[in-house]
Design a binder for this molecule. Structure first.
Ligand code: ADP
Ligand code: MG
Length: 329
């Protein structure tokens, strides 16, 4: 009897093991940042294959938008600032066009041409004193999204002023997360998370049928998450100054600079934005830093489908109108 049943048992066990989807997470460095890529697939081998696909996509985007890679399309635009327009791929053209749109939406708080100010502020600990007022004033001379000239017919980008530069530090990781997600969705991957150092886009559900959840922590008290929020096919991005900042005369300056004044944003320690796309969430999180709590919250409340959580330098928590978290603890 037992002899007869054994193969049946083994077969059943094999089938059920096979049917159980696998969740695989891989951590690696891309775009100079930590990426955690999580994929749900039929089995581990398949999940790993999809993770490789996501990595290839993110690396492709990095090659396009990197300001450090002299061979990138972005470097070609920067090198020709003040000289002549540069014809670029449709993809980069559209990304720059959307970035300009976000500048308008945020009254210039977000501006990819912030990049020429890179020499004035350093957030790697090498700065000993506050730059002079003249130096800060002079640093914004080459900044201004209105001087990024797009020619739709030619698909060209021209930076009007010599010395002008663009950089995708505040939008690139979000864009990469969106593109990797889209590609895997197209390939039929049911669920996953592309997390680019806190800039993440998600889709589908966990294997246990539950929504993915994101833990919101207070940077001043990292061990305690004050909220665990479900995310349903949407993006969540956190911009924080707890890793990159400088302090002068008791004021903490974030690595995010107000393109209109040349001064780094102060007063906020972390901004989390929920949006349908990580690209917009990424850019808006940076913008809220610059706009400050009041203006930032106001602007977010005007945008349908977008929510945010702000923590100021005193550890106070503020949220947009339609987000409910219990912050009483
Ligand atoms: P993180 O890199 O911590 O996720 P952000 O997404 O906010 O933070 O991006 C910050 C980076 O964006 C800066 O390091 C800089 O490269 C760039 N940046 C700084 N200020 C601005 C700004 N006002 N508009 C656009 N990009 C900015
Ligand atoms: Mg950002």
């Amino acid at each position: 009897m037992l002899k007869k049943l054994l193969p049946v048992f083994i077969f059943l066990f094999y089938v059920s093991a096979e049917a159980q989807p696998a969740t695989v997470k891989r951590t690696l460095k891309l775009m100079g940042s930590r990426f955690d890529i999580t994929v749900v697939a039929q089995d581990e081998a398949e999940a790993n294959k999809y993770i490789d696909t996501a990595i290839a996509e993110i690396s492709r985007i990095e090659k396009m938008i990197s300001s450090w890679d002299p061979a990138s399309e972005t470097s070609a635009i920067n090198k020709n600032a003040g000289l002549h327009p540069v014809k670029v791929s449709g993809e980069l053209f559209q990304l720059i066009k959307r970035a300009k749109g976000i500048s308008k939406l945020t009254d210039g708080a977000f501006d990819i041409s912030y990049a020429s100010m890179d020499n004035t502020w350093k957030f790697d600990g090498s700065m000993q004193e506050m730059p002079s007022e003249e130096k800060i004033k002079a640093s914004v001379a080459k900044v201004g999204h209105e001087n990024i000239i797009l020619n739709e017919a030619e698909q060209s980008v021209f930076l009007k002023l010599p010395g002008m530069k663009i950089g995708f530090g505040a939008i690139g990781k979000g864009y990469a997360a969106d593109k990797a997600k889209n590609l895997l969705q197209q390939k039929g991957v049911a669920a996953g998370i592309i997390n680019a150092s806190g800039d993440m886009n998600t889709w589908g559900k966990q294997v246990n049928g539950q929504d993915w959840k994101v833990a919101i922590t207070n940077p001043l008290d990292k061990n305690k998450a004050f909220a665990l929020l479900p995310i349903k096919n949407e993006a969540v991005v956190t911009s924080g100054d707890y890793e990159k900042f400088v302090e002068f005369n008791g004021t903490r300056y974030a690595h995010i600079i107000d393109p209109r004044t040349g001064y780094p944003a102060a007063g906020i320690i972390s901004v989390t934005v929920f949006a349908p796309k990580a690209e917009l969430a990424d850019a808006l999180a940076t913008s809220v830093f610059v706009m400050g709590r009041e203006v930032g919250l106001n602007r977010i409340n005007q945008l349908p489908g977008i929510e945010c959580i702000i923590i100021d330098t005193e550890g106070n928590i503020f949220t947009s109108d339609h987000i409910e978290i219990n912050t009483s603890k």
